[in-house]
Every structure is written in C-alpha cells, then in structure tokens.
Ligand binder design. Structure first.
Ligand code: GCU
Length: 677
C-alpha cells in the first residue's frame, strides 16, 4: 500500500498489450560506473524502468563491444573520449542533453552528468507512454535555477505543509533514515529540478550547529547521485545566537568573519552546496535594516562568503511592513518595488532576488509583481507555490499551470517593447547571468508526498515548466496522467477536464474580480472568511462597505501602485475601462452595482460565479466516480474522499461569501438564490 503514491509518475507500469513496440538493444552502457555519479544512476534507472515497462532485463556494462547496439549514457565529453571516431558536438548548455534513437543504438548524452540522467528519464517517459518513435534532438533548460523550497522546520513540522511531517528533520536534527529524501531527489531529477532548499525560510540558527551541518551533508550525499544539490535557508541573526557576538550587523568585520568561516565549514562537508536562501526584515525576521544597512548590503554579506565556492544567494523580495487601513494610500502591494527598486545594481553577481508571482501572497488571482519590470541590473527568479496554501490546501483539486502561465506569459512592456515575465525571470531579457524559479513544494511523509494524488500534477508540471516555460500545460498534464494512471482514454480525458476546470472553479467560489482569495488570512488560510481581510495591519484589504468594494490602486486617486508598472501597463490598469474584469477590484474601488465589461454588476457576478463554481466542484465527484472501473481501489477511494469534501466545502464557500456580501450590500440576487433561509 502506498507504493503507487510513492512512485508517483515513475511507476514504470507494464505497457498495456496492443501498444506497438520495437526491439531494444540488449545492453546499457553507462560511461561512469562510480555509484555517486548521475551517469551510474541513469544506467540503473534505465534497467529498472525497462524491466518494469517492457519486461526486459538489460545488463549494464561500462563499454560496448564494437558493432553491438546499446543504450549508451554519458556526457558528451565521456562519449567523445571513448568513441573518438565519431566526435559529436550537440548544441548543449549547462544541464542540457541530446537524445538520439536513430539507428540501432540509443544515445543519451549530457552536457554534464546531471543532463545524462535527465535524458534517461526523458527516454523512459517516452517508453512508458508507448512512444517508440525515432528522435534526435538536443534540449536545454530555460534557466540555471530550477529549485524547490521546502518550508521544513528543524522540529519536523512543515510550515504550510499538508502531507505530514518532514522527510528531512525531526526533533531538532536530521533524520537517520534518508530513504525518502533519496526517493524525493529521484522524482525531482526526473523533472529536472537541480536544487532543494531543505529548511524553512523562517529559519533557525540551530541548522548551523556542527551536528546539523553533518546531517545536511548526509542529505546532500543521498541527493548527489540524482544530480540534485542541497541548499539551505539562513537565520540572519545567527551570529548573535551561536557565538558570543552581540551583533549581526552585516558590515561588522566579526560578523563577516563568522559567515565566511561558517560557509567554509559547510563547503568542507558539502563541496557542491547550491547556496543559501535568506528571508530578512520580513514578517518579524531580523535583517540588515536593524542596523540601518540596506537589503543589498545584507544580501552581499552571504554572496561574498559563497562566491569562492560558486554558491548562489537567493534573497527574498517578500519584504513589507504592517500598515494602517485608515490611510487610503497605504498599500502592501507596493512594498517590494519601494524596497528593492532603489537597490537595483547594488547586488553582487551571485545574488538572485526571489520574487513571489504577485505583489501580495500567492492569491488565487493577482497581477504580475511589478518588481520584475523594475530590476534591470539584478538577477531575479520567480517564486511559485506547489503547496496550495491559500488554494484549498490539497483538499481542493487545482491544476496550477494555467495560473502560472498567466503570470509568466504576461508582457510587462518594459521600454514599450515585448518583455515577457518568463524572459525576464530566466535572465534573458535584461541579459543577467542567473535566473529561474523556486517552487515552494513542502512534501511530507505522507505516501502521496503532497497529501493528495491529484496534487502531484502540480509538482510534475513545475519541473517541466521550469525547464521550458513555453511548454503546454495540457500536454504536460496528459503526460503526467499516463505515467501516473495509465493509458485509458476515459481516464485521460476526465482528469484533463477536471484539472483544466479546477482553477476557474476555485476562483469562482472563493474570491472574484481580483478581490483576493477571501480565505481566512489571520491564521489558517483555509476556508472562507471575508471579514478577516480588513481592519488589521496585514494590508490584504478589500475595503468593502455597504455600498462599495475594492482597493483603489490608481495613481490619480489611490495608492499609486499602478504607477509601478511600465507606462503601457500602468495606463491599462489606471483606467477602469481597460482594466480586465478579473483584476477590477484589485485596482479599483467601485459600487457593487458597477457594470463589468461582461455586462453584469459586480455583486451579481459574485453571486453567479459562486453558484457556478460550486456546481463545477460538485460535478468533479461524478466525473471521478465514472473512472472507478479503471482505477485501483486505494487511489480511487482517496481521491473520491477529497472530491466529496471539495464539493461540500465549495458549498460552504458559496454560501459564506454570497451571504456576507448580500448582508453587507442588501442587494438581492437576481436569481433569488441568496439570502433565503
Ligand atoms: C506567507 C505564509 C507564511 C510564510 C510567508 C513567506 O505569508 O503564510 O507561512 O512564511 O508567506 O513566504 O515568507
């Protein structure tokens, strides 16, 4: 039990009868036989996968007798050394690979060893989907940073994690048995994620104690054969906790020496450590501002310590202050640009500013963070959540790539010319050396990894998109369905339909028109609580009263946030008539009777959307039930339980939100559904 969940999309289930198959070479040649090498792992994985998928047990050797066909795996360098007669120079960048099934030998060549493993997983994914076509192509990543963040605490709990306790930590230390950590690295390698920040952004100085550095070293050791590097979050004030220093001022020479020494000590144990992630001066975390130093000075402290080791410093842009709602111009959404834009150019070259996709906090609908348009001389990365913090916490099915693509395909019109978010964050647009993405994943000990079988499509898609932001969400989804649930067409069609309807449905029965999710924002971030948005310092306000609703973020009359975008986008949002309906209440404060471009009033849209969304959630139950004949009991029951919960919870959402605004506004529902008891 649980095995299907643990294997996720790497089950290597036997290919159903009737699928065309062609004969494979009888051996695998792995050009590096050191067991910590991803090339060795690639050989092992191919052997295991082909046995599972095709029932053929191939031997692994370190060379092929001339004239014998083989599945050959190695780096381009290793290949050209052995096969001097056939020098190959595929067009590869770091982590890229070249896959050729032309002729009798399958060749999987990586730019580096990690790329070799990626290529092996690609080939296995083809076989598992019954694809025996002849191919020959190179593929390269969109960006060097394709990381996950895990918000795991040293005591084993996980902040905003919905799948049980940590696979890394327990009781202040690293767990003894790292089997799950290795299995996780295997999943990540198959989607080409190359590093994991293993501990929470709300970090703890105890991570840096010698025993824990040794423990982190053990995690890095089990990651290494999969080409996954370990990184860690740091607590900014650590020197004042671990040493007898009374300061953590980033310009104090003793503080600098502390971080340099600590970093050297860590690299002694983990020579390939990816880098650090730092959350400073945010939500109570200490930072450089305590010492009147800039955020850039704080970031560069770590960047300089990492530099000699080739490490990267990810510095979070999620910096904001508590605000007073009685100030009409106060706006948390402005904070990131206010803090970071003046520092553009001050960050060292190995610093990457990690920016949440929207200016607030992983809401169901947000405009793109304007910070992406404001940092031309700073490397940036986008931060996404696979963990569904505000989005139903894995009890609601939401396939997230359509949301992510809405953000990453957005054209910010910097200098009045095409400037897609995806090209900015990968470093191309402003010609930055670094860039990419961080996905907050928060896997736990649960055998489904995320707490829900269907939620795993988001992890799978995160890796696929991090590699190629132009990839199609539906194609990615259907690869995942075939690899996870098999080849039945009804299964593929039904899960596709549910997944693609899921984000719009959740938006419909939670927060509409850019008002934010309307979930409880004070504690749980789960379930409806529209009244929690206002009358507090968190700045996620709706400013809803009897007559009107929305945040006026215009320059002319509001907070001025719209002016943080380049001119074309600023004027789009400044003008209520050109603001898209789905962000209307993000940018404008209007009467409930205001007419949308759809022709409906705001309040009637609220009512109708909530009924429509809840109905869609309800339909998922029957859709899932139709798959019973094609599903194993365990996964069928587990998902069915969740779909029934979601259907019920969507009604709770619908009734809570529609009644709240009905009571507030006194405006009846044209269809007569709301307010009758
Ligand atoms: C959200 C989340 C916190 C988290 C924070 C962050 O506010 O609720 O749990 O620590 O984001 O991203 O730093």
């Amino acid at each position: 039990a649980g095995e299907d969940g643990l294997q996720a999309w790497l089950r290597y289930a036997p290919l159903p009868r009737g699928h065309h198959r062609s004969s494979l070479p009888s051996r695998i040649v792995a050009l590096n036989d050191s067991s910590s090498s991803p090339v060795y792992t690639a050989g092992q994985e191919l052997q295991k996968g082909i046995l599972g998928i095709l029932g053929e047990d191939l031997e692994i050797c370190d060379s092929a007798p001339a004239g014998n066909s083989a599945i050959l795996v190695g780096t381009v360098g290793q290949y050209n050394k052995v096969y001097q007669d056939a020098t190959l120079h595929p067009d590869l960048s770091e982590d890229g690979f070249w896959l050729s099934t032309q002729g009798t030998t399958v060749r999987i060549l990586g730019q580096n060893e990690r790329g070799v493993l990626y290529g092996a997983f690609e080939y296995l994914s083809m076989l598992a989907q019954g694809n025996f076509s002849t191919v020959e192509y190179p593929t390269n990543p969109s960006a060097p940073i394709r990381w996950t963040n895990e918000w795991d605490n040293m005591d084993g709990s996980i902040e905003r994690g919905f799948a049980g306790n940590s696979i890394f930590f327990d009781d202040g230390a690293i767990v003894a048995n790292l089997t799950r950590a290795a299995e996780y690295a295997r999943l990540l390698a198959s989607i080409r994620v190359n590093a994991v920040i293993v501990n929470n952004v709300n970090a703890n100085y105890t991570t840096l104690q010698p025993d824990n550095i040794e423990g982190l070293g053990r995690i890095a050791d089990v990651f290494r054969p999969y080409g996954v590097q370990l990184g860690m979050s740091l607590y900014f004030a650590s020197p004042a906790n671990i040493t007898n220093l009374t300061t953590y001022d980033p310009l104090d020479s003793r503080v600098i020496a502390f971080w340099n020494d600590k970093t050297d000590e860590i690299y002694q144990r983990i020579p390939d450590m990816a880098g650090y992630l730092v959350k400073a001066n945010s939500e109570g975390q200490p930072g450089p501002i305590q010492y009147n130093r800039t955020l850039a000075q704080g970031a560069n402290l770590f960047a300089k310590a990492l530099k000699p080791h080739g490490g990267i410093l990810m510095f979070r842009a999620f910096v904001y202050d508590q605000l007073n709602e009685s100030d009409w111009k106060a706006d948390r959404a402005k904070a990131a640009v206010d803090y970071f834009q003046p520092l553009d150019g001050d960050f060292d070259d190995n610093v990457v500013v990690q920016i949440k996709y929207g200016p607030i906090d992983f809401q169901v609908r947000e405009p793109v963070s304007p910070l992406f348009a404001n940092l031309r001389n700073t490397s940036t990365a986008i931060e996404l959540q696979v963990t569904q913090e505000y989005l139903g916490q894995q009890c609601h099915v939401i396939y997230l790539p359509p949301l992510w693509k809405t953000i990453t395909n957005f054209d910010l019109r910097v200098d009045n010319s095409t400037s897609l978010v995806r090209n900015i964050m990968t470093g191309q647009h402003f010609d930055r050396p670094l860039g990419g993405s961080a996905g907050v994943v928060n896997v736990g000990q649960n055998t489904t990894w995320l707490g829900s079988h269907l939620a795993m499509s988001n992890l799978y898609a995160y890796g696929r998109l991090a590699w190629d932001w132009t990839a199609d969400p539906t194609e990615i989804l259907q690869d995942w369905i075939r690899l996870t649930f098999g080849h039945n067409q009804q299964v593929i069609d039904t899960i596709t339909e549910m997944s693609l309807a899921s984000w719009p449905a959740y938006e419909n029965y939670s927060g509409n028109l850019g008002i934010q999710t309307l979930t409880d924002i004070l504690y749980t971030h789960f379930g409806p609580n529209p009244q929690s948005q206002d009358n507090n310092g968190w700045g996620q306000w709706t400013r809803a009263d009897k007559a009107s609703i929305g945040m006026d973020r215009t320059v002319s009359n509001g907070t001025g946030y719209s002016g943080q975008y380049p001119p074309e986008i600023a004027s789009l949002y400044e003008d209520i008539s050109t603001t898209p309906d789905d962000l209307l209440l993000w940018f404008h404060h209007v009467n409930y009777t205001h007419t949308l471009t759809s022709g409906k009033s705001v309040i009637q849209h609220f009512y109708d959307a909530h009924y429509a969304g809840a109905l869609t959630a309800h339909s998922f139950v029957g859709m899932w039930e139709s798959l019973k004949p094609y599903m194993d009991t365990e996964r069928y029951d587990d998902v069915l339980f969740r779909q029934k919960f979601q259907a019920g919870h969507a009604l709770v959402w619908r009734d809570a939100i529609t009644n709240f605004y009905h009571n507030l506004s006194g405006i009846p529902d044209e269809a007569g559904r709301v307010g009758h008891h």
